[in-house]
Design a protein around this ligand. Structure first.
Ligand code: ATP
Ligand code: MG
Length: 475
């Protein structure tokens, strides 16, 4: 027990409670009001049908594109549902996980001074013509015309839009800088090969931050500040990402890094030096010479999923749109910029890809859609006499552990055996599964507690269950 508690305390940093149901929802759907006598029950939740792999492949296009573990699991348990090639419906569990991820991102971005904005997806062609990216982006840009034949694209990224926005502010002073502006929005890219579910979509969520500084030195400081925030974020999620030197691609600029999550199905290849800290995407290396440029030692190559990308842009965009500020000498001067992306939906799928087993989803503790699943006995079973203990346990948790309100599910499908429901719960990856089984008939009653992220099973009294859960951190 003590060991378990220590592990729970070691879970990532706490934040605010996410239990913010509006008064309207509480009135309209009283059964959704955890901690007010009503309980969240599985039988009343939207649980979409599972899909066979071949149905998915026909939507994704070519059938020679194999699916990957995260895509298969996410489809099977109803986390996502295919809509069209590279586009998915995000179903309730995924939306909960994504909202938690966005809360962690908000905390980290705001901790370094980030301010959140929200820019339109519909992006006028003039902006893109100004930087020549209307042509450079080619077929990846999803283009459309309005009723007046005015051309637009659906934003794949927002360097042009944010720079034009900042340029429209004519009286910026160096004293106000740096600005760190970010958003979490849908992005659109007509990928040549959308695949692997949320890992490579045509419509996906990205967190994109754009920074404006008064000098190259200040901009480089901001650049490392954001990179450090990214590293902290991945640490909190328990994802071991590697920061590697990267190519600047069509975004441009002079310095760039990717955050790569090592995994075999990754579409990127990067090299790391085991003797020094050098790490780089192989695209940036001279492949005829695979020794570490820093210490000459041999490099090891690994595949990875790019979950984040940072660019130092200099004045590439500010010079086009004339994004200026008044410098210390009272003269107008171009802002030094950086841009920083995180693949929000990609991070969810990538985390599932690296943490899950072949059959069971495992989440970063902070992102699990629900923290606890309670399983009462089957109707008509030997343990049925203990059935009445599960409800009070639910209410006790909701009352004594405020951060878990709205995080506890009751699997009320009591026509199924405990074993069947445990199998489902295992698949979904609730961090804590609590069974009212045989030993709940003992005095005092003991609950069977499965701690999925530590693979431990313990028998605890109601008090001890509540004590254990009081250490769970929820964002
Ligand atoms: P990739 O090389 O994987 O195509 P990119 O370098 O084109 O990605 P960026 O422009 O750097 O992507 O976008 C920032 C982040 O958005 C990426 O690091 C990635 O995590 C995410 N991302 C990019 N494209 C997709 C996509 N098609 N589906 C899901 N996430 C994506
Ligand atoms: Mg990139």
């Amino acid at each position: 027990m003590e060991r378990l508690l220590t592990r729970c305390r070691a879970l990532p940093v706490p934040a605010t409670c996410n239990h913010q149901l509006s008064g309207y929802i509480l009135r309209r759907f009283p059964h959704c009001a955890p901690g007010r006598g009503k309980r969240l029950v599985l039988s009343r939740m939207f649980q979409p049908q599972n899909l066979r792999e071949d149905q998915v492949l026909s939507l994704e296009g070519k059938s020679d594109d194999l699916t990957c573990k995260s895509q298969r699991l996410m489809l099977q348990v109803g986390l996502i549902h295919p809509a069209s090639s590279g586009c998915y419906h995000l179903l309730p569990y995924t939306v909960r996980a994504m909202e938690k991820l966005v809360r962690v991102i908000d905390q980290e971005m705001q901790a370094i001074g980030g301010q959140k904005v929200n820019m339109p997806s519909l992006s006028p062609a003039e902006l893109w013509r100004a930087t020549n990216r209307w042509d450079l982006m080619g077929k990846e840009l999803l283009r459309l015309r309005d009723r007046h034949s005015k051309e637009y694209c659906l934003g794949p990224t927002h360097e042009e839009a944010i720079t034009a926005l900042v340029a429209s502010q004519k009286t910026l002073s160096y004293k106000q800088l740096p600005f760190l502006l970010y958003q979490v929005t849908r992005k659109f890219r007509d990928e040549p090969r959308p695949r692997f579910g949320l890992l490579r979509g045509r419509e996906f969520y990205m967190k994109d931050m754009y920074t404006f500084d008064s000098s190259p030195e200040a901009a480089r400081q901001t650049y490392s500040l954001v990179c450090d925030a990214y590293s902290r974020l991945f640490d909190r999620l328990g994802l071991q990402c590697v920061k590697v030197q990267a190519d600047v691609g069509s975004i441009g600029g002079t310095m760039s890094h990717e955050f790569q999550l090592p995994v075999d199905i990754g579409e990127d290849r990067f090299a790391v030096c085991p003797s020094c800290s050098f790490a780089a995407n192989v695209e940036t290396l001279d492949l005829s010479q695979m020794n570490c440029p820093a210490c000459q030692g041999p490099l090891t190559e690994t595949k990875g999923i790019e979950v984040g990308h940072t660019f130092y842009l200099g004045t590439k965009y500010s010079s086009v749109f004339n994004a200026q500020f008044i410098n210390v000498h009272g003269k107008p001067s171009l802002a030094e910029m950086g841009c920083y992306g995180l693949g929000v939906t990609r991070i969810l799928a990538a985390a599932i890809e690296v943490l899950s087993t072949e059959d069971c989803i495992r989440w970063p503790g902070l992102l699990a859609p629900y923290q606890v699943c309670l399983i009462p006995p089957k109707k008509g079973s030997k343990e049925e006499a203990a059935a009445e203990l599960t409800g009070p346990l639910y209410d006790h948790i909701a009352e004594a552990v405020p951060q878990l309100r709205g995080e506890v599910l009751l699997d009320d499908r009591t026509h199924l055996t405990i074993g069947n429901r445990l199998k489902d719960a295992n698949k979904f990856g609730y961090p804590f599964v609590i069974i009212t089984g045989k030993r709940a008939l003992e005095d005092p009653a003991l609950f069977e507690v499965w701690c999925q992220n530590t693979s431990e099973v313990v028998f605890l009294t109601e008090e001890a269950v509540v004590e254990l859960l009081s250490h769970v951190q929820v964002v």
